[in-house]
Design a protein around this ligand. Structure first.
Ligand code: X8Z
Ligand code: ZN
Length: 592
């Protein structure tokens, strides 16, 4: 009693009580929810109708939202000395770290910053490469068209041309980006963070420094596997394109990987497939053979989630989503998932291509929607994933269950593949997932250093390529400071943190292993599909329904029984492939 009285007296000293804290949070949540609903609509319009008007509306809504959120973050510090019940204390913390962009308090600077972000995203979304008119019938190529050529062309000269052509769109963004960094840092510092990178790293229930170390630790766990995959890929690319194009022991030329950013290499599986092994099926071919359209592809994804026990998507999902690139206007084609009213208005926005790669992306996006729906009844501040890596991992986890057996079950494949083709399957999967790891890491290694001032505008591009070489072992010769290659990647131009995808690529294998166990799968992990398993679905939902209400280790425990992010699951999954790679690499150079 005495202690309580003293605590109450202490609180009164600062003029704040638990009741006041609760009232403050209730009001903040109600206001932010309302503003978020408005911001989402403005941003949806900006992304699906790129023009100066929608850009301005989105920038303005963003400015208002950020100003309010920043106001609440600052006001929350008034309660710092007060001992609060855990739920309220967590909400106070979340208020302080929720933003990925903080505007400076100076009104003109705030406007300038939000307009810069909107402008860079639009510029990226409407970027074009106008190459030799004869080849393209006078039409300029957008990123969707360029990406599809990068995935399928095996002509080194054409690939280099496409690569360079796309990387021209970001040159004019260098000046904007420089200013955007300056103003974004100013806003972050006003909130008490060392810089904007530290603000981003503060979202993981540990200190920013501890998080940076955690990421390094995970990378060290998987790096040996990546280096082997890299060496094998380089060896086979050298056979294909010749010694004058691919070095024996240096970095891989980025334009030969089948992907604009060399972030996943599964598009060149045909070049790298194991010699003398059973031929693997090609999902793109199967989808085309069956003449599936975009919506039918989405339906497969939806049915997968339903098979786990999740409810069908709302009718409005099909009415309001964007599945097909419109011909009459510019849109941001980069795939995304939306929860427009923070409740049931779920949508995806994606210029779907009929390919196996996009089939997986559809599952990725639907994973976001299913997560959003699972936490929609929590208080506003808890309506998010346990950490941002979790959000990115859910749909990918489901996509890991797209096994040959699953495809046979749903009629997309005629007969199961022979187990002798497993190395091919694993290689293809590694080219999608393992190759991604250093890319998932390096983007924010670059941005964290940009925000801390360690990388300056004078060496933006040189340092970008230093990190590309260091982590990925890929290169593009002849780049200079006249180029600004970072902003030729969506998430840099659009201010989306990227370490989330690195985490997701570790987490999804942890989730897959745990859910496969829940589903009773005794096969090697790459053969397990959780399709139709209500047990797996329940386990998954237990985690999703927690939203952001608890620190992420609690959520991880709910699904895996363990509290640590850990790369042993991805290593287990690829263990047979790693052994095979070791054999292929006997006497070959490894590393760069
Ligand atoms: O941006 C995405 C998703 C939307 S959240 C399509 N991804 C990253 C990328 O494309 O760079 C998924 C994997 C990595
Ligand atoms: Zn995503």
């Amino acid at each position: 009693m005495r202690v309580l009285l003293l605590a109450a007296a202490g609180a009164a000293l600062f003029g704040q009580t638990v009741q006041e804290a609760r009232a403050f949070l209730d009001a903040a949540e109600a206001d932010l929810l309302k503003q978020s609903n408005y911001l989402n609509r403005a941003q949806w319009l900006q992304s699906t109708y790129i023009n100066p008007d929608s850009e301005m509306q989105a920038a303005l809504a963003n400015e208002r939202y950020i100003e309010s959120a920043k106001g609440y973050a600052k006001a929350a510090t008034k309660f710092d000395k007060l001992k609060l019940p855990p739920e309220l204390a967590r909400k106070m913390t979340l208020l302080k770290i929720s933003l990925t962009l903080a505007t400076p308090s100076n009104r003109n600077e705030a406007t300038e910053l939000t307009q810069l972000v909107a402008k860079m995203e639009s510029a990226y979304g409407s970027g074009k490469f106008c190459r030799d008119a004869a080849a393209d019938k006078g039409k300029c190529l957008d990123l969707t068209a360029i990406s599809s050529l990068m995935a399928t062309s095996r002509d080194a000269k054409e690939l280099a041309d496409l690569w360079q052509g796309w990387h021209r769109i970001s040159r004019p963004l260098r000046k904007d980006y420089t200013r955007f960094v300056e103003l974004g840092n100013k806003g972050a510092k006003e909130l008490g963070f060392a810089d904007k990178g530290a603000m981003w790293r503060s979202k993981y229930d540990m200190t920013p420094d501890a998080f940076a170390k955690e990421v390094d630790r995970l990378w060290e766990q998987v790096r040996p596997l990546y280096v082997k995959l890299h060496a094998y890929t380089r060896m086979r690319l050298r056979e294909k394109y010749g010694a004058s194009v691919v070095p024996a022991n240096g970095p891989i030329p980025a334009h030969l990987t089948g992907n604009m950013w060399a972030q996943s290499w599964d598009n060149i599986y045909d070049v790298l497939e194991p010699k003398n092994a059973a031929k693997n099926f090609d999902l793109t071919e199967k989808l085309k053979e069956r003449k599936l359209n975009e919506i039918e592809m989405v339906r497969y994804g939806e049915r997968f989630f339903q098979s786990l026990g999740f409810a069908p998507l709302p009718k409005t999902f099909y009415e309001r989503s964007l599945f097909v690139k419109p011909q009459d206007r510019e849109v941001v084609c980069h795939a995304s998932a939306w929860d427009v009213d923070n409740d049931e208005d779920l949508r995806i926005k994606m210029c779907i291509q009929i390919t196996g790669e996009e089939f997986a992306v559809i599952h990725h996006e639907l994973g976001h929607n299913i997560y959003q729906r699972a936490y929609r009844q929590l208080p506003y501040l808890f309506r998010d994933s346990a950490n941002d890596g979790f959000h990115e991992a859910v749909g990918d986890t489901i996509a890991l269950s797209i096994t040959p057996e699953y495809l046979v079950k749903v009629g997309l494949l005629d007969k199961p593949t022979d187990p002798s083709g497993d190395i091919g399957l694993l290689l293809k999967q590694a080219l999608a997932k393992v190759s991604f790891l250093p890319f998932g890491l390096m983007i924010d290694q670059w941005r964290w250093k940009v925000y801390s001032g360690e990388i300056t505008p004078a060496n933006y591009n040189a340092k970008w390529w230093e990190l590309r070489r260091k982590y990925q072992g890929v290169d593009a010769p002849g780049r200079g400071e006249g180029d600004f290659d970072p902003a030729a990647k969506y998430h840099v131009a659009a201010n989306v943190p990227y370490t989330r995808y690195f985490l997701a690529h570790i987490l999804q294998f942890q989730f897959h292993r745990a859910l496969s166990q829940a589903a009773g799968c005794k096969d090697p992990l790459h053969r397990c599909s959780i399709y139709d398993s209500k047990e797996a679905g329940k386990r998954l939902n237990d985690m999703l329904a927690l939203g952001l209400s608890k620190p992420w280790p609690d959520a991880l425990q709910a699904i895996t029984g363990k509290r640590e992010m850990d790369a042993t699951a991805i290593k287990d999954y690829f263990a047979p492939l790693e052994k095979w790679l070791d054999e292929q690499l006997k006497g070959q150079p490894v590393g760069w």
